[in-house]
Write a protein that binds this ligand. Sequence first.
Ligand SMILES: Nc1nc2c(ncn2[C@@H]2O[C@H](COP(=O)(O)OP(=O)(O)OP(=O)(O)O)[C@@H](O)[C@H]2O)c(=O)[nH]1
Ligand SMILES: [Ca+2]
Length: 735
Amino acid sequence: MVFGKITQLFTPNRYGASTQPYIPTGSPSPDVGTSSPASFSFGNGGRKNGGLRHSASLQDFSSYHAFDPEEARETNSNWGQNGASFSKDKGGLPPSVPKPSTSRRKWIRAVMIVTCLFLFASLVYILGMYVYTNWSRGASRYYVVFDCGSTGTRAYVYQASLNYKKDSSLPIVMKSLTEGISRKSSGRAYDRMETEPGFDKLVNNRTGLKKAIKPLIQWAEKQIPKHAHRTTSLFVYATAGVRRLRASDSSWLLGNVWSILAKSPFTCRREWVKIISGTEEAYFGWTALNYQTSMLGAVPKKATFGALDLGGSSLQVTFENEERAHNETNLDLRIGSVNHHLSAYSLAGYGLNDAFERSVVQLLKRVPNVNNSELIEGKLEMRHPCLNSGYVGQYICSQCGSTVKRGKKGKSGVPIKLIGAPNWGECSALAKIAVNSSEWSKPKHGVDCDLQPCALPDGYPRPHGQFYAVSGFFVVYRFFNLSAEASLDDVLEKGREFCEKAWQVARTSVSPQPFIEQYCFRAPYIVSLLREGLYITDKQIIIGSGSITWTLGVAILEAGKALSSTLGLKGYETLSMKINPVALISVLFVSLILLLCALSRVGNCMPRFFRKSCLPLFKHNSASASSVLNIPSPFRLRWSHMGTGVKAPLSPTVRSSPRRPFSFGSSIQLMESCSLYSSSSSVMHSYSSDSLGEMQVDNSGSFWSSRSQMRLQSRRSQSREDLSSSLAESHMLKM
Ligand SMILES: Nc1nc2c(ncn2[C@@H]2O[C@H](COP(=O)(O)OP(=O)(O)OP(=O)(O)O)[C@@H](O)[C@H]2O)c(=O)[nH]1
Ligand SMILES: [Ca+2]
């Protein structure tokens, strides 16, 4: 009804301005007593083309609108002779209007339907996302990230929710859930759920893998409400330790980890169990750091901090760099409307554990005439200037030569007996060599490490700006009980003191933890790494806390992806302009309505669905061969109030007419038209039984007689004229 009204606004009367019912002359004038705004009736010519196009049918009733005036004019002249003719408001046809060609109309129809569908889809999408936005504002999402490092595997649980803060275009609040962990009290540097050793020590050891993974999953399950388990995403990312393995070993590891995780209650995909590149690890760490320091995506843009993430095996360096280095270290990160141009790279082998190993390899090179059998049988002994006096320990050196398969599991590496022979000067020099790769693995052509960073491969941009030194740097500061404000010289001082202690004293001077014997080396190593390796001065360094880990960066970026639809719809600057979703939805809605009206104006361009709501359709199911719909039935479409005050179209009712309404052995089946009013609605799209009786006539006749009885009953509530007309009809039908 409403749609019909709107359509009328946009639809001039097909045959001129008047909206009076269009009635062909010569046919009995319909009962226009009703207030029907639209009445249609047909000339009762029974003639070949009762005003419809040849081979037209009521099925093509809609084509009625589009029949060819030229043709009709011709017909008209015939009808005039036969007492039946079409006329505008009982007059003749309108002056001929150019009829668009069929193909052009088809094009118009197709374009308009596609546009309607697009508008409708956009409206649904925007509306849906807007609803989702408001629904999800309060909703939290959980993320579990496994950091599969070279010295251990850790689980981090994050809760992400939305919080629209004015000073940042990043309205994501991340909370790290660490319930039940207090490892710092037992001397550990980190309060994190961790299992040791790292995955790279568990190749071909499925049992060891299960022991490394299951405690982490069980712990994570306790951090997250049970109802949220299925919507929690689990990412398992391996770093340098696994990165440096042979492909066969790393794929064995990832495959088995994936099969063990299949039983976890969280959502995990195969592509989420992987080795991340050093660059990825670097910018995840940078993202985490600048999120925690509220620099990430700040509006207006703030100077971000560089990140130095020192692990057991690798070192990640990330910083904003407007100079665009032309190599793989370039990275662009867009947060909201803020663009960050980054230089990010990972230096393999510069981690704390690998650096110590490099010192061992360097010492091995100095041992003359090393007997290979001694190496294989683990009988080689070496003195190390960075080990406390009295220290004796077995060290497995994986870089010390060809891997030697030992035992069934084929452990790789060479066992060397290390003996403490502390010498601070030699130790500092060894640390510098471990940093200065030119003397370590491949001679750099004439590079003077005093003039430029030796740790950096050729072409890598030199770090500049303020840096947070996290992970391994934090671990060394904490080991020597130094505050974040301590200088690098303080580190050297503490290291020297520690080295001078006898091992039994040194070992008990700190809480139990891994790698205590290596801190005499680590002190001069991190200072040399920063100063000679990266050319970073003390003033550029801020020592970060142990809570800044790259896993937080993973969760932030995943949460950003998941919620970005929300952010977009809140008018955030993602589209580099503010769009108010409400305005957008309104514009879309109005344009859809206007387009639908325009489409209906194109008349028979309307898809059948829309047409049916206006008119009942009849399928001429003639027993006779004549396919032309030559039903001379004086139908009339009437609108009548259906109790709810809403007008619903009644189907045409038969008018009393001198002519027999139907003189043929054929039946008209009423095609239930799909109506704008669903059958369950209060307004029934009605074909009152009377009209059924009228419209469905078959040669049996009997079927309808019962119907006609019903018709009289069912019309009890009808108006007087209706009643009189139905009485006439029933009389007629009994003829
Ligand atoms: N695994 C572990 N290492 C600790 C802990 N406390 C101090 N450390 C020291 O920190 C170093 C490892 O730092 P991480 O950042 O965990 O290194 P990782 O992630 O295992 O190594 P990468 O794979 O190179 O990133 C180790 O060499 C330890 O000596 C601890 O609780 N667990
Ligand atoms: Ca790490």
